[in-house]
Every structure is written in structure tokens, then in C-alpha cells.
Design a protein around this ligand. Sequence first.
Ligand code: CU
Length: 157
Amino acid sequence: MKKIYYLILIILIGCVNNTNTKVELNSEDEPEISKEISIELSTSDNMLFDKKIIYVNSRQKITLTLNHIGEFDKKIMGHNFVLLKKEVDITDFAMRAMKARKNEYIPKGDDIIAYTKLIGGGESDTIIFDAPEKGSYTYICSFPGHYGIMRGILIVK
Ligand code: CU
């Protein structure tokens, strides 16, 4: 007889444990990640982006606005935002970009995930693109001589 009581007791404990587990799972639901994200990136005649790191989530649609709050014309102090694929050699890309003046310093090839147009003081440009897969991606300004300090990292979580 005692064995049966023990058996029932074990089953009851099992049921109670199951109930607890369910409650815990419900309370730890992940917060929903928004499907879209807006990013404002500013730069000036100082040749710097105001953000060195940008965080997004994979599967997010990114709306990025580049603002040039300086005064110089784009021929002298032009800026753009060029997001490069992971495997791209940045120095090599920048060298090729330098020669692509007629195409606003965007060289031909398959190196770029997204880019804005080249803008001067007082201008801005907005682009929309899908976040790439998880990882770290470098963005630069491809205007000659700028990529050395005008760069940052887009981290996709
Ligand atoms: Cu620049």
C-alpha cells in the first residue's frame, strides 16, 4: 500500500513542477523587436561621424539619414555613408573609391551593402535598406582622404 502512496505523491509533485515551469516561461517572454529602425548620422566640416558604433537587429529595416551640418561644398568637404561587406579590404576599397570621382567616389564592384549620395554642407540624404546578417560591418566616408578617421562599425545583433 505504501508504495502506491509514494507513487501518487511523485505524480502530484510532477504536476506541480510542470505548472511552475509554465508560469516561469510566460514571465520570461522576450520583448518584441521592432521591425524598423531609424538612424540619424551627422557629420560636419570636421570630417567625423557623430556615431562610431550603431546597433541594429538582423531582419530590421534600417532608415538611415546622413546630415552634413557643415558649410563647405561637397567638392571640397563632401561626405557619404558607405557600408561595406565583411570581407572587403577597407584600404583597398578606399583607394579604388578615390579614383571614382565621376561616380561620387563609389567604385564599381560588389563591395557595398548600402550607401548614401555624396553631400555637402547643409545637405542630407536618406536611404532605406535591410540589415545584413548578424556580425560587425565597417562604414566609411569614401571621399578621398576621409576613410582613415571617418569610419564606424554597424553591429547587427
Ligand atoms: Cu567625408
